[in-house]
Write a protein that binds this ligand. Structure first.
Ligand SMILES: *[C@@H]1O[C@H](CO)[C@@H](O)[C@H](O)[C@H]1NC(C)=O
Length: 346
């Protein structure tokens, strides 16, 4: 009888033991799972850090070969040496890439500067953009002009909007060019941070001849200038005077980027505009004007802050340039203009 009681007590403790262990186990699993969820939640906040890591900054004075745009076999090169895509016809599917970005419900702000006689280019620019530029995606044009009454009434598609921003006139085209960065910086701070996801700043004396869609979107986007894509870098028209903030030594350089196209996320384009405006101000205080004004400063910026996407010369041509084998499609091109007729000074 006493033996049976002992056995019962023993069993009681064993079972209670199992039960408590079970409870501890459950409690442990529960906390560790919720921990894991918490950790996931934390990961969602991390992208800021990730974005900072994704800045592609490179040191000054680094020695490496100049990247080629066209290979020895005559084929175009679709990647930069820092593995950013170079966008050429055939490297993307237009339907697929537009559908992906359409789902993100993004707005692409597009700034153009049409001062003085440059308003004459607005009609062709806007009409051809409406046929080719981010068709089906949301676009907001911001037209800077000193002649708001000369902005043509162009019929815009449903998703496209236009705002005219009046600015004072200027007597020197160099000054107009130089103030563009400052105006872009201000516009981003005052409006685009709330109104857009991406920004493109485009030259107005241009025309679209082909599709320009979501394949051009990226964090930081530059275009290879059509005049220099097969030029040795020591012959690029970079600013070569060390006194200028735009100075690039003769043994450095990737591509010669065209100043007619600057693009990227609002925050990243703001950084370009702010940096270039500061460098332009320093130069101005020393009475130095870089060889190609803002284009020179942009080239310096892109050399040490690599674009995350590079547009091939399909995205910036010049109407007077004959077609070449490697450029299969001309999408955007500078129109032929009579400088004397459009510039306020020589
Ligand atoms: C898409 O974006 C627009 C403009 O930013 C906004 O008005 C609209 O509500 C958004 N639609 C969806 C489904 O999020």
């Amino acid at each position: 009888m006493a033996g049976l009681l002992k056995l019962n007590v023993f069993l009681f403790f064993v079972l209670t033991g199992f039960f408590t262990t079970g409870l501890f186990y459950l409690a442990y699993t529960y906390t560790s799972t919720s921990h894991r969820y918490k950790e996931r939640g934390f990961c969602l906040i991390v992208p800021k850090e990730h974005q900072e890591n994704s800045l592609l900054q490179s040191p000054h004075g680094l020695s490496y070969n100049q990247p080629s745009v066209v290979g020895p076999d005559g084929k175009v090169v679709p990647l930069t040496p820092w593995l950013a895509p170079v966008v050429w016809e055939g490297t993307f599917d237009p339907t697929l890439i537009d559908s992906i970005y359409k789902q993100q419900n993004i707005t692409i702000a597009t700034t153009v500067f049409a001062l003085g006689k440059y308003t004459q280019f607005l009609k062709d620019f806007l009409e051809s953009a409406e046929q080719n530029y981010f068709v089906g995606l949301r676009v907001h044009y911001y037209v800077f002009t000193d002649h708001p009454e000369q902005v043509p009434a162009v019929k815009l598609s449903e998703e496209h909007h236009l705002t005219v921003l009046t600015v004072p006139s200027s007597n020197r085209w160099q000054e107009i060019t130089l103030s563009r960065m400052a105006r872009l910086e201000e516009l981003i701070e005052s409006r685009l941070v709330n109104e857009a996801d991406y920004v493109f700043s485009l030259d107005v004396d241009t025309k679209f001849y082909g599709r320009w869609g979501a394949e051009t979107l990226g964090r930081l986007v530059g275009v290879i200038h059509p005049g220099y894509y097969q030029t040795p870098r020591e012959q690029y028209p970079y600013e070569r005077r060390p006194e200028s903030q735009a100075f690039i030594p003769s043994d450095e350089g990737d591509y010669y980027y065209g100043g007619a196209v600057i693009g990227g996320l609002v925050k990243d384009v703001h950084e370009i505009a702010k940096t270039c405006r500061e460098q332009l101000d320093i130069d101005a205080s020393k009475s130095i004007e870089a060889a190609w004004q803002e284009e020179s400063h942009l080239n310096k910026y892109f050399l040490y802050n690599k674009p995350s996407k590079v547009l091939s010369p399909e995205y910036l041509w010049q109407d007077f340039k004959p077609h070449t084998d490697e450029v299969k499609i001309i999408r955007f091109s500078q129109v032929i203009k009579n400088y004397a007729a459009v510039r306020p000074n020589p």
